[in-house]
Design a protein around this ligand. Structure first.
Ligand SMILES: [Zn+2]
Length: 227
């Protein structure tokens, strides 16, 4: 049965660097995937937001996703907003889509927006009433998850892996779409956001579970229903 999938990203490009291969895999297996991007991703640095949104639409199209929603909150300032302002657009997306599988950020990321999104997601997917969410996972984002504070309680310890051997090149092409922004999000090697690093990270996660390429996730909740 096709599933309804919601991918929550703090910034345009997190969805691709974090789990572009898994997004493409969901689309290929017939799932209905929506990407919700919470901030403009750039206004901490400059005010030119349109190319970032256009790049996100292009990157998601490369991954096979037609539905991209923009909450348009301010980049790098989510920790100064009431959590409710983050919860509302996530709750609206979860309920309007009837999302069965939700992907969100990791609570230990270096980026404060990522941490705020994790906290808001936990509230938005509380399992009561008509909440449709059966599975929720945290994904990792290059140059944020591995740059988090080095403490056990914030470590990213994945136990859920999705093979992306056949979708890795889609992920690389989608990441390359983010070079078409006002200030390119694609950095030169050895930056974790270089295209070379996208392949290396995918291979590193892959070989750790015996496949050529993979993406890694930390399960937040997995409900197996009787029917
Ligand atoms: Zn981000």
């Amino acid at each position: 049965m096709p599933k309804r999938v919601l991918v929550i990203a703090a910034h345009p490009d997190d969805e691709t660097y974090g789990m572009g291969g898994t997004i493409a895999w969901h689309v290929r297996r017939g799932d209905n995937v929506t990407v919700l991007i919470m901030t403009d991703g750039v206004t901490a640095r400059h005010t030119v937001t349109a190319p970032q949104e256009a790049a996100a639409v292009n990157a998601c199209a490369i991954l096979g996703v037609e539905h991209v929603r923009f909450a348009r909150l301010a980049d790098q300032r989510l920790d100064s907003l009431p959590l409710l302002d983050l919860i509302k657009p996530i709750t609206a997306a979860v309920n309007e889509l009837g999302a069965q599988i939700v992907y969100t950020h990791h609570r230990g990321d270096a980026n404060q927006d990522h941490r705020a999104i994790f906290a808001a997601t936990l509230v938005a997917i509380r399992p009561f009433g008509a909440c449709p969410v059966e599975q929720a996972y945290s994904y990792e984002v290059a140059s944020s998850t591995e740059w988090g504070a080095p403490f056990a309680e914030t470590a990213f310890v994945p136990t859920h892996f999705v093979e992306i051997t056949s979708t890795l090149e889609d992920k690389v092409r989608a990441a390359a779409a983010y070079s078409e922004t006002y200030q390119s999000e694609v950095k030169p090697f050895p930056h974790p956001r270089s295209l070379e690093a996208v392949r290396i990270y995918a291979q590193q996660r892959g070989v750790s579970v015996g496949v050529p390429a993979a993406e890694a996730f930390v399960p937040i909740r997995q409900l197996v229903k009787e029917n």
